[in-house]
Design a protein around this ligand. Structure first.
Ligand code: TYC
Length: 103
């Protein structure tokens, strides 16, 4: 037909690129009975770039609810932050635990 669109090569049409966002991971702190509150606040400030006020809120949430989110990152960054927190806690001999979880 003269004016109908030509679909003869439709199968060859390149896929429209759909940019995939990387899976994101939460970095969580777990409560314990021994790590000093001040140490937890300083740790959150240092490794998650939070203000004193934000870090205190997160620490209190962990203290009262058992766990709390310090940040959400792509997997490699989340795992690096978790390791940094665990090494820092170990260095000061506190039992603070940090985990990652798919967001
Ligand atoms: N529960 C601790 C205390 O009473 C404080 C604390 C908060 C410990 C958060 C760990 O991730 C934590 N000293």
């Amino acid at each position: 037909m003269a004016n109908s669109p030509d679909h003869s090569n439709a199968a060859l049409k390149p896929e429209v690129a759909k940019p995939k966002l990387p899976p994101m991971f939460k970095v969580l702190l777990l409560n314990d009975d021994y790590t000093p509150m001040e140490f937890v606040v300083e740790t959150i400030e240092r490794f998650f770039n939070k203000s004193r006020e934000q870090a205190t809120q997160i620490m209190l949430k962990v203290h009262t609810e058992g766990m709390g989110v310090c940040g959400v990152f792509p997997q490699d960054i989340a795992e690096t932050k978790m390791s940094q927190v665990m090494m820092h806690a170990k260095e000061y001999q506190h039992p603070l635990q940090c985990i990652t979880e798919l967001a």
